[in-house]
Design a protein around this ligand. Structure first.
Ligand SMILES: Cc1cc2nc3c(=O)[nH]c(=O)nc-3n(C[C@H](O)[C@H](O)[C@H](O)COP(=O)(O)OP(=O)(O)OC[C@H]3O[C@@H](n4cnc5c(N)ncnc54)[C@H](O)[C@@H]3O)c2cc1C
Length: 454
């Protein structure tokens, strides 16, 4: 049915798809389906649905909560669905198949004089199907919103095997429930996304990037408020990092160096963008000068070229890879109201210092969205196993603080197979019942991603 190249049972071919990014576990599958078209996907899902055979869906395999790793299910990979069907400047839309990488979307949009404003450190591998299904966030949410706000239409194969063609490119469509919004962020439980119509933005005429040293998250929050007010909403990104995370990057990633002359407890990477030539640079200068004068900024460097901007961004994008050689880590992807980020950090750091003395805390993230990646690494030179064994207990303490501050235990990565039980703990019975009813209506036999979500 799938033709040559459309499937595999070869363990060597399958092996890379069974390893999750953090090397925390390895999956297994009897069969890898490699559909090349929407009709192929419909055929695979239809046959599996009829046989009661569960499927795990995989895009670029960069997900951080294990939803794409099969444990005995058929593995359906979108890697052969790589067509960009259309780029249209009048509609400001790109229509791309599920297996197209985010980097390829950026390239195709740039060729048409547009941009797709979602940036992830994993964009070379993360796919359209993956970002839609996880409602990915990234570094530009502050200005452009999450994937949810950038999808105009979707095409998907429903758990029954039926194709739903919702690939419209409408900005307005009030005709009942919005099915695409139901599928976005559903982590593959309500359908296999086969293509998406994504909203494009104009390219920027000016861009300014600065790396700033500061004393505290409180100072970062004040600087964020000033940046938003002083630029008329032109803040493209506002990323916070602690000193330890920067040290890991410098120590473990080749070619990285501290751009400032001395150490600071915290750092902000700020990017401003504008349609007006020179406007971003001027706004950056004003913001830095007023921040220095107010004593909020201790030191700063401004990129003078695209290469320098990329070097500053590398310090942020390598935060996770920089931690990898440092051993066992408890990772938390949390969100709190923006105003409560400093309080979250102060409380969570104190709680972890008491619970796991000697552990190393590396916190970074999208402070402009209230989203912090709060990572607790084992002590320097300590063994991995005892630290890893206390992961769930540590997470509970962090998550309880998040809940107390009115936050979410998964800001952008989803719940996947890894955090579903923990996620259920913080939802009301009423909400869980609705979520389960929606799933049961679409996928009564729980064919798609059966171990993911409620
Ligand atoms: C270094 C690094 C940095 C990251 N930074 C960010 C970040 O800043 N923001 C952020 O949001 N995420 C981030 N991530 C997480 C990850 O890149 C995103 O979740 C991404 O959207 C996953 O895309 P993928 O194609 O790799 O999906 P996969 O990992 O293959 O799958 C993820 C989930 O989506 C489902 N899925 C995949 N394709 C489809 C499809 N076609 N139809 C239905 N379901 C599907 C899978 O079953 C799984 O549940 C990062 C990951 C890494 C490794």
């Amino acid at each position: 049915m799938l033709g040559p190249g459309g499937w595999s049972e070869d363990p060597e071919r399958i092996a890379p798809k069974l390893l999750e990014w953090r090397d925390r576990w390895t999956g297994h599958t009897p069969f890898l389906a490699l559909p090349g078209s929407t009709a192929d996907v419909a055929a695979v899902v239809g046959i599996c649905a009829a046989a009661g055979q569960a499927i795990t869906i995989q895009g670029g395999n960069t997900g951080l909560v294990g939803g794409q790793i099969p444990l005995g299910e058929v593995l359906l990979s979108t890697e052969r669905m790589r067509a960009i069907r259309d780029v249209d400047g009048d509609d400001d839309v790109i229509v791309a198949e599920a297996g197209v990488t985010l980097a390829a979307v950026h390239d195709a949009a740039a060729k048409a004089g547009r941009r797709f404003p979602i940036g992830l450190a994993s964009e070379g591998s993360a796919t359209v199907g993956g970002i839609v299904s996880t409602n990915a966030g990234g570094t530009q949410v502050l200005r452009h919103g999450m994937t949810r706000s950038l999808v105009l239409g979707l095409e998907a194969v429903l758990p029954s095997g039926e194709v739903w063609n919702g690939l419209t490119r409408l900005r307005k469509d009030n005709t009942g429930y919005d099915l695409k919004q139901l599928l976005i962020g559903a982590e593959g439980t309500l359908g296999v996304v086969t293509a998406a119509a994504l909203k494009l933005s104009p390219i920027l005429a000016s861009r300014a990037v600065a790396f700033v040293g500061l004393a505290s998250p409180e100072a970062a929050l004040k600087l964020l408020g000033r940046a938003k007010a002083e630029t008329g909403g032109a803040v493209e990104a506002f990323e916070l990092m602690g000193r330890l995370g920067l040290e890991f990057v410098i120590r473990n990633i080749a070619g990285q160096r501290d751009p400032l002359s001395g150490p600071h407890p915290w750092y902000v990477l700020a990017e401003f963008g504008s349609g007006e030539p020179g406007a971003s640079e001027a706004a950056m200068e004003r913001w830095l000068a007023s921040g220095l004068e107010a004593g909020l900024i201790a030191d700063a460097v401004v990129a003078q070229s695209d290469a320098q901007a990329a070097a500053l961004w590398a310090l942020r994008e390598n935060q996770s890879p920089g931690q990898k050689p440092e051993g066992a880590t408890w990772k938390h992807d949390i969100a709190v109201p923006v105003s409560r980020v400093p309080e979250f950090l102060n409380r969570a750091i104190a709680a972890m210092e008491a619970f796991a003395p000697g552990a190393r805390i590396a916190a970074f993230g999208h402070v402009g969205d209230g989203n912090i990646h709060f990572d607790v690494l084992r002590g320097e030179g300590a063994p991995d196993a005892p630290h890893a064994a206390r992961r769930d207990e540590g997470a509970r303490i962090v998550h309880d603080i998040v809940a107390d501050l009115g936050g979410s235990i998964s800001a952008e990565h989803g719940l996947g197979a890894m955090k579903t039980a923990e996620g259920a703990r913080y939802k009301s019975a009423a909400e869980l019942a609705v979520q389960r009813a929606i799933r049961a209506a679409l996928d009564p036999r729980r064919i798609l991603n059966p171990r993911v979500l409620f």
